[in-house]
Design a protein around this ligand. Structure first.
Ligand SMILES: C[S@@+](CC[C@H](N)C(=O)[O-])C[C@H]1O[C@@H](n2cnc3c(N)ncnc32)[C@H](O)[C@@H]1O
Length: 262
């Protein structure tokens, strides 16, 4: 990582991260995402994030999804949209990577579930105002987009009372993860002024809690919950950037739920 920089509060930062992340995700998609996508599309119950946290243990989705107009921001291989579609929602997926969407389309054909998939950035949605009941992102826009751009866009396209659910790395993880290797138990950088993590080949965004809360409120959201995820013991697998032992002691990821004031 070269630096931790602040994102611009007015959302007018550069588009550098978008191009870097597009290249990165086109390569990642080609390298590895097919098998993971297949397993996730086949899952009977939604399971979130690195530690496959079951929806039944966190309850972040609305109880009744039937007929809900949902947008998945940075849908990747679109398994979250597939879960929503199976529950009766009408999803719409948007992603920056053509290659990720190719995999999503292959999964649609294999599983016989169809919904619109659009190539674009979640920082500028090609959608009219107020047309969705739910906006969701699992390590999509929630990690890879500038929050000062994607949060206002989510607010714009949601109808009053619409729900926002997003999962991302925790700020603590962002402070403890080195450029190469696993998160350590030492704080490797300061928190103030953080938000943008430029790793060279990719750029991520993890706003600290106070700034994220303020940003959501500024754009009309009421926060319902912030769930810090604990890795189970034993964990189903290990990851290059965080061990299950670390994530059993500290949250490596978290889910926010909020709603647009009605
Ligand atoms: C870890 S994947 C998460 C998506 C999904 N949960 C999955 O695993 O397939 C991250 C996705 O965010 C997408 N992404 C990155 N920047 C984006 C942007 N500005 N707008 C929309 N999608 C973006 C990437 O192309 C990638 O498909």
């Amino acid at each position: 990582m070269t630096a931790l920089e602040s994102t611009r509060e007015d959302g007018t930062g550069s588009d550098h991260h978008t191009e870097v992340n597009r290249r990165y995700w086109d390569e990642q998609a080609a390298a590895s995402h097919g098998p993971l996508a297949h397993a996730q599309w086949a899952a009977a119950e939604p399971r979130w994030g690195l530690w496959a946290t079951p929806e039944s243990s966190v309850g972040v989705l609305p109880g009744d999804l039937a007929g809900m107009r949902a947008i998945e921001l940075g849908c990747g291989t679109a398994y979250v949209s597939a879960w929503l579609a199976r529950a009766g929602a009408r999803p719409f997926g948007i992603d920056l990577s053509r290659r990720q969407l190719d995999t999503a389309r292959a999964m649609q054909a294999e599983f016989g579930i169809d919904f619109p998939l659009v190539l674009g950035t979640a920082e500028r949605l090609p959608c009219r105002d107020g047309v969705f009941d739910l906006a969701i992102s699992e390590f999509g826009a929630s990690l890879w987009c500038d929050p000062h751009r994607w949060i206002p866009e989510a607010a714009r396209v949601l109808a009053p009372g619409g729900g926002l659910v997003f999962m991302r790395y925790s700020p603590l993880f962002a402070l403890c993860v080195p450029p190469e290797g696993q998160a350590s138990s030492a704080l490797l950088r300061g928190q103030f002024g953080t938000g943008r993590l430029d790793w060279g080949r990719r750029v991520e965004f993890v706003l600290p809690h106070g700034r994220m809360l303020r940003l959501l409120r500024t754009h009309g959201f009421v926060v319902d919950d912030l769930i810090e995820i604990q890795a189970p013991r034993p964990a189903h697998r290990e990851y290059g950037e965080v061990s299950a032992a670390w994530a059993h002691q500290w949250p490596s990821e978290e889910i926010w739920t909020a709603r647009l004031a009605g």
